[in-house]
Structures are given as structure tokens and as C-alpha cells.
Design a protein around this ligand. Structure first.
Ligand SMILES: *[C@@H]1O[C@H](CO)[C@@H](O)[C@H](O)[C@H]1NC(C)=O
Ligand SMILES: *[C@@H]1O[C@H](CO)[C@@H](O)[C@H](O)[C@H]1NC(C)=O
Ligand SMILES: *[C@@H]1O[C@H](CO)[C@@H](O)[C@H](O)[C@H]1NC(C)=O
Ligand SMILES: *[C@@H]1O[C@H](CO)[C@@H](O)[C@H](O)[C@H]1NC(C)=O
Length: 375
């Protein structure tokens, strides 16, 4: 308590020129710069049973003593403040499986067979040999000429991560983020870039655990935001059962989060839980506000979610892709009679839909929003 009030006073002293003072030598003696970007990617992280909310995180290059010695921790480029907490007890955990892969199809190939109702075997599906390999990729979106993917992680020692991948050969990858102050994420699921502030928003949820390839989760399921320039990672929304898909409206005014709460992976369904899309206002500073229920689906749960250029909202559900107008009225379905976990616009009037073991190609009078995924 005392530490917090002193902290506020110290910040008030620093005033509006905090960032320039941080660069120079005029930080108060009790303050130091802790650059969050310097630990966005850690060489090794430990599973939640070992390193968790009761563990003391010491950023690389620091010691427990150095952290305590100057307890006012100031980020370099954002005016954020950290303070030091104490540690608790530790345990161990296990679990390991095979990774999912990234694949691609040529849209020209798909267009060429688009008049056939069943083009099974006619479109070549190519495995993308990402290198180093993205482990258990899940969501993806374009980002500055490259692709950002969420990796769900694997077992105890391959933490979930955000990966950047070169969309051209040799498909080289770079890990952008693999921890939250040393804590492993549960299993990162979906990712979207805000059209204006360009920050990376992503969901973290327990599916790696209920699909038996990740240890028991060590964080609540929630939505995060990464500023790739400063490395700042913040939580922008919580209070879900299992937050899953994430997207923005074309103007960036709204964020949509799907909650697949009824789906507990290998452990079955719980019909009394969420199968809903929530809408938030995106404030000027990029935070999310005014959560409201946008839609509740009748079949399965809404998984991947995207907007078209008019702001209509599409989500992959238990029987195909459902479409709502911006006020949440269901205006149509692309009915497949099977679950569609994800789909995306692929340029003007084209959509590729993933439905378990099948891929569908749809042509329609709607165009994708600002971001388009590679499949
Ligand atoms: C992480 O690994 C890199 C490359 O292997 C090495 O240069 C660096 O010193 C390591 N950092 C820590 C904190 O172990
Ligand atoms: C599909 O059918 C439409 C209408 O019959 C036709 O205009 C179009 O050229 C066909 N496309 C292909 C790729 O065969
Ligand atoms: C891939 O390699 C190129 C050439 O070294 C580099 O410029 C690019 O940043 C790399 N991309 C990723 C995502 O690692
Ligand atoms: C379903 O969820 C509710 C609410 O959390 C819980 O009370 C109930 O036990 C769950 N049922 C099953 C079968 O897991």
C-alpha cells in the first residue's frame, strides 16, 4: 500500500516529460527503466505448475536485489509502471504431442473449380514448411507484408507464442512474444491487427489443455494487446468462458470477441455456457470498453470471426458461417451442415471456409475487411 502511494507521487514529479527524462539521467534515484520488449521473447519458459502467479519474475539482466534497490520500474517508451512482488512455492508438470501444420492453396486453383459443388481432390493443398516451424499454429493475419500467427504451444516446454512468418520461401519465422512476464500463455488462439493503431490483439484460451497437449492453464482466459514497437503487452478484456475468435470492424470502432464457452474440447459440450459474440467499443487509446452481447448462436459456438467491408459480421459456427448486420441481426448463413472453425475473405468476393477436414470456396457479393488471412 505504501509503495503504491509513493509511486504515484514519484510519477507526478516526473510529469509530462517522463519519456524524455527516462532517456536521460534525470530519473529519480529509486527508479529504473525496465524495457518490456527486452523480455517479450525468453529463451526458456516454465509451465504454469512451475512458474505462475506466485512466482517472482526477474527480467533478464536484472537480479532480485537490483529490482528491489530501485523499485520504481519505468518502461522506456510507454509511461507504464511496474512494481516488485514476492514469490511462492513451486511444482512440476508434463504433456507432449505432435504439432499442427500450416497449409496453403492457390486461389486461382480454387476459382477454377468454383462451379463444381464437389471439387474434392482437384485443388492442391500444400504444406508450408515454416522454419523454425510454427508449433501448433491456430489463428493468422497479414501484417506489414508478413503473416502473424498464434501458436498454441506444446507440452510444458514449448510455450504458446506469437510468430511472424515470411509468406514467401523460405517461410522463415521469428517469435514475437512467448510469455507474459515470464508466465506461459495457455494456448494462443486468434489474432487481429487494429486498422488504425496497428497493434496486435490476440486471444488466449484453454484449448491446448482440453485437447491434451498443454498443461493445466496458468492464466485466466483473456484478450491481450501487443505494441510491437515498445513491446508493451496489456490485457484488454476478460470475463469470458473461452474467448476464441477476434476481429475489428472495418473502421476500427468495434472489436468482436467470440466465446466458445460451451465447447470443452475432448471433454464435450456444456450447453449452459456461452456460445456468443461480444462487441466492444475501441477507444481512441486502443482500450476496449462497453462490452455488449452482439449475438448468441443456435448451432455450436461462434469460432473464427471476420467483418466484411460494410461492417457485417461473419462467424464460423456449428452448421456453417453465420452473417449478422452491424446491429446483430442474423441476415444469413453459408450453411454447410458441419462445423466451420474458421474462414476468411480472400480478396474481392471470395471466401475460403475451413470445416474440419474440408475446405470450401465461396463467391459472394461482399468483400473482406482491411485484414485478410492466408489460409
Ligand atoms: C538466449 O539465447 C541466445 C542465442 O542462443 C543467446 O545469445 C542469449 O545469451 C540467451 N539469453 C539468455 C538470457 O539466456
Ligand atoms: C461459372 O459459371 C458462371 C455462370 O454459369 C460463368 O459465368 C463462369 O464463367 C463460370 N466460371 C468458371 C470458372 O467456369
Ligand atoms: C526472413 O528472412 C529475411 C532475410 O533474412 C528477413 O529480412 C525477414 O525479416 C525474415 N522474416 C521473418 C518473419 O523472420
Ligand atoms: C456446465 O457449466 C455449469 C456452469 O459453470 C456448471 O455448473 C455445470 O456443472 C457444467 N456441467 C457440466 C456437465 O460440466
Amino acid at each position: 500500500m505504501t509503495a503504491v502511494s509513493v509511486l504515484v507521487a514519484a510519477l507526478a514529479l516526473l510529469g509530462p516529460s517522463l519519456s524524455s527524462r527516462v532517456e536521460g539521467s534525470s530519473l529519480p534515484a529509486q527508479a529504473q527503466v525496465i524495457n518490456q520488449k527486452s523480455f517479450n521473447v525468453l529463451n526458456a519458459t516454465q509451465p504454469p505448475a512451475v512458474f505462475n502467479a506466485e512466482s517472482l519474475f526477474v527480467p533478464p539482466g536484472h537480479t532480485e536485489e537490483s529490482l528491489v534497490k530501485r523499485p520504481f520500474h519505468v518502461s522506456k517508451e510507454t509511461d507504464e509502471v511496474f512494481f516488485v512482488q514476492n514469490a511462492g512455492a513451486k511444482d512440476a508438470g508434463t504433456g507432449l504431442h505432435k504439432s499442427a501444420i500450416i497449409e496453403k492453396i492457390s486461389l486461382a486453383d480454387a476459382a477454377a473449380v468454383s462451379n463444381k459443388s464437389d471439387a474434392a481432390g482437384l485443388v492442391k493443398v500444400t504444406t508450408v514448411p515454416s522454419s523454425p516451424m510454427v508449433i501448433n499454429p491456430n489463428g493468422a493475419t497479414n501484417y506489414r507484408g508478413q503473416i502473424i500467427l498464434t501458436g498454441e504451444g506444446q507440452g510444458n516446454n514449448t510455450p504458446p507464442a506469437l510468430w511472424l512468418m515470411n509468406p514467401q520461401k523460405p517461410y522463415n519465422t521469428t517469435v514475437l512474444l512467448n510469455n507474459y512476464f515470464g508466465r506461459q500463455f495457455n494456448s494462443l488462439n486468434d489474432v487481429a491487427i487494429h486498422p488504425k493503431n496497428k497493434d496486435v490483439y490476440f486471444t488466449d484460451t484453454i484449448y491446448g489443455y482440453v485437447q491434451d497437449f498443454r498443461p493445466a492453464p496458468g492464466l485466466q482466459d483473456q484478450v491481450y494487446r501487443l505494441n510491437p514497437e515498445t513491446g508493451a503487452v496489456t490485457v484488454v478484456a476478460d470475463g469470458f468462458v473461452h474467448p476464441n475468435g477476434f476481429t475489428f470492424s472495418p473502421d476500427g470502432e468495434y472489436a468482436y470477441v467470440t466465446d466458445t464457452g460451451i465447447n470443452y474440447g475432448f471433454y464435450g459440450m456444456n450447453y449452459t455456457q456461452a456460445a456468443s459474440i461480444y462487441r466492444f467499443d475501441v477507444k481512441k487509446d486502443g482500450t476496449l470498453d462497453n462490452r455488449k452481447v452482439f449475438a448468441f448462436v443456435n448451432a455450436g459456438a461462434p469460432d473464427g470471426v471476420h467483418c466484411d467491408s460494410w461492417g457485417n459480421v461473419y462467424a464460423g459456427c456449428g452448421d456453417g458461417v453465420h452473417v449478422w448486420n452491424p446491429s446483430g441481426k442474423l441476415i444469413g448463413k453459408i450453411y454447410l451442415g458441419t462445423t466451420s472453425a474458421n474462414f476468411n475473405f480472400a480478396g474481392k468476393g471470395r471466401m475460403v471456409i475451413c470445416a474440419e477436414t474440408e475446405l470450401y470456396y465461396a463467391t459472394l457479393a461482399a468483400d473482406g475487411n482491411y485484414v485478410e488471412s492466408e489460409m
